[in-house]
Design a protein around this ligand. Structure first.
Ligand code: NAP
Length: 325
């Protein structure tokens, strides 16, 4: 990425897709990428809200790439597949893909595809999109030297196990448990994608943005989390900032991973506050990572030809450590 001065790389000529870029952390991430000159495409469910977000992004833009909105409900695999096709038609290059869209369901439900909805929205949708857009990412990396996938996960992944039998069920599934599992899936998926993409110039990293107050998602938090958030909401900023982040602070690490030259070539890592951190043991488990990929391909009917292929020397399986491409 070209840079005019340290810490503020320009992104002119680059294209970034930010899912869930109509609100919260995703909108702020997209706004900052647009402010550095990137063309941004944001996604969300609500066309009116998306139109307003795209207009605000055009206001913030300093390049001539523009900003646009594409709608899709990530609970529907048909809509996600259609979104991938529309992104592919809309952009002629894909430098940055930020998987940010996320939801918290207080009462778990099944999607029309028969999958637990949190897992469908938070994991299966980005799994589909990254696979279906991987040719575009690879082409861009071949031409520009790199392309980046950035996945917004959460520290709550540490509370989860995959429990594959629960992915098609809401029996004994809580909102918090399903959310934590989906965020664990984000880390496992990132590491497997990073491994499969090694050597292509496409990097894949994931992150925890912090406990970000004031977003729609944080208002959905159930039980103890909601109580904690509402208490924190009433306290002065100087106090809460030690425990929780503003939306602007929450967008810092996503923007860093999307745009900073400091992480060029870094792949298969989990970041908190711009620093590599060790995720949970389950998140680093190679067998779980590979099983999740197979199960996800099965649940989305993603054919082998549509998937990022495993590396020929795949037996080595080394994702999740400190490595550069
Ligand atoms: N806030 C936190 O404290 C926190 C902490 C750790 C991790 N995270 C992660 O950070 C990411 C962003 O969270 P946030 O707090 O910024 O959320 P947010 O303000 O609620 O924004 C969520 C975004 O995702 C989109 N979205 C939600 N459900 C969708 C669906 N079914 N299909 C398609 N798009 C959908 C929304 O678009 P529409 O409104 O148009 O549907 C919106 O643009 C999430 O992945 C979340 O898990 C957040």
């Amino acid at each position: 990425m070209s840079s005019t001065r340290a810490g503020t790389p320009r992104l002119d000529g680059r294209t970034a897709v930010v899912t869930g870029g109509t609100d919260g952390i995703g909108f702020e991430t997209a706004r900052r990428l647009a402010a550095r000159g990137a063309r941004v495409v944001v996604t969300g469910r609500d066309p009116a809200k998306g139109g307003r977000a795209a207009a605000a992004l055009r206001e913030a833009a300093t390049g001539d790439g523009g900003a646009s909105f594409l709608s899709a409900d990530f609970a529907s695999q048909a809509e996600v597949r259609d979104l991938a096709a529309r992104v592919d038609r809309e952009v002629d290059r894909l430098d940055v893909f930020v998987s940010n869209a996320g939801a918290w369901f207080a009462d778990p439900e099944l999607t029309d595809d028969g999958v637990e909805a949190t897992f469908a929205v938070n994991h299966l949708a980005p799994f589909l999109l990254v696979n279906l857009l991987s040719d575009r990412l690879r082409e861009t990396a071949a031409e520009a030297g790199e392309a980046r996938v950035v996945v917004v996960s959460s520290e709550l992944h540490r509370n989860a196990r995959m429990e594959f039998r629960k992915l098609r069920s809401v029996h004994e599934v809580t909102g918090r448990g399903a959310y934590a599992r989906s965020k664990l899936a984000n880390v496992l998926f990132t590491f497997e994608a990073a491994e499969r993409l090694r050597g292509t110039g496409v990097t894949a990293n994931c992150l925890h943005p912090g406990a970000v107050l004031g977003t729609s998602l944080s208002r959905e938090y159930g039980g103890a989390v909601r109580a904690a958030v509402s208490v924190l909401d009433t306290l002065p900023d100087s106090f809460t900032s030690r425990f929780a982040k503003t939306v602007s602070e929450g967008a810092d690490t996503p923007v860093y991973l999307a745009a900073s030259p400091e992480v060029e070539g870094v792949t298969g890592e989990y970041f908190v506050d711009r620093a590599v951190e060790r995720p949970s043991a389950t998140a680093r488990d190679e067998r779980t990572r590979r099983r999740l990929w197979t199960v996800s391909a099965d649940l989305t009917a993603l054919s082998p030809a549509e998937q990022i292929p495993p590396r020929p020397d795949d037996d080595a399986g080394t994702a999740g450590g400190n490595r550069s491409q």
